[in-house]
Design a protein around this ligand. Structure first.
Ligand code: FAD
Length: 231
């Protein structure tokens, strides 16, 4: 007798930076393009681009921030991907449940994830659950996922098309997609998805993306963050 296939569980998403073509200097160069190149090259050498980037951002001159590009490979639960793909300024390509058997990996919220929703629409607070609530959530999701995963494989084994068998999978199934965006639109995404009222799981994805952004464009990142969260 063969045993039922078992799903694997993870408690986090991952973000890999596949490629970046973006720098603070590019922002400055794009802003300077209509002026005397030689004079500005000297400014760049002297490291005087921070003032310019501050001026541009403060005055909403955002087009110089649109000449770079970031490509991320995001692995996250389906319910996070669905929120992510509301951002129309990204280009996306995602793993196909029609052409592949979907990976056996599912999201299980860690015990530390806030579980209770308090307050009213537009001003919710999310609080920690009791140990009993943590156990209820984790046990229920584990059991439900295992049932769904077995049902998926039962249909595949019976010759049902992958695109039909997947209908039984829950929204905590992990998916992977490429997401390409310019720095301006990345900052818009981060404004919305790093905010404390955003879904915890998409905040985690945004935090990883922000780290890559900070590495590639440290000045722009600093200016953006200071404007977002003034001290
Ligand atoms: C906390 C939170 C809760 C949310 N809750 C819900 C919800 O309950 N239900 C729901 O449906 N959505 C919800 N959303 C999604 C939200 O309404 C937006 O669709 C999503 O955040 C993308 O924002 P955006 O349109 O500004 O970004 P993008 O799609 O990345 O667009 C960036 C900017 O480009 C411009 N733009 C892009 N496309 C157009 C266009 N067609 N016309 C005009 N301007 C355009 C706009 O200036 C826009 O701000 C929620 C988002 C957040 C952050």
């Amino acid at each position: 007798m063969t045993s039922d296939p078992q799903p694997q569980f993870v408690g986090t998403s991952t973000v890999e930076l596949y490629r970046a073509s973006a720098s603070d200097l590019d922002v400055a160069r794009a802003a300077w393009v209509s002026q005397d190149e030689a004079a500005h090259a000297k400014e760049a050498e002297a490291g005087r681009i921070e003032g310019l980037i501050r001026f541009l951002w403060r005055n909403h001159h955002t087009s110089p921030f649109e000449h770079g590009q970031f490509t991320f490979i995001v692995t996250t639960p389906l319910f996070v991907a669905r929120e992510f793909m509301r951002h129309r300024t990204f280009s996306f390509n995602e793993i196909s449940g029609r052409y592949t058997v979907l990976p056996d990996v599912f999201y299980l919220p860690p015990a530390s994830r806030p579980l209770r929703q308090e307050g009213k629409v537009g001003a919710y607070r999310f609080e920690s659950g009791s140990q009993e609530q943590v156990d209820l959530v984790r046990n229920t999701i584990t059991a439900n996922t295992a049932n769904c995963y077995v049902a998926y494989h039962r249909m595949l084994d019976a010759g049902i098309a992958r695109e039909v068998a997947r209908d039984v999978l829950p929204v905590n199934v992990m998916t992977s997609f490429w997401a390409t965006v310019n720095p301006r639109n990345l900052m818009h995404f981060l404004n919305l998805r790093s905010a404390p009222d955003a879904l915890v799981e998409i905040q985690e994805v945004a935090a990883e993306m922000e780290q890559h952004f900070a590495q590639q464009m440290p000045v722009t990142h600093r200016v953006w963050r200071e404007a977002l969260f003034p001290s």
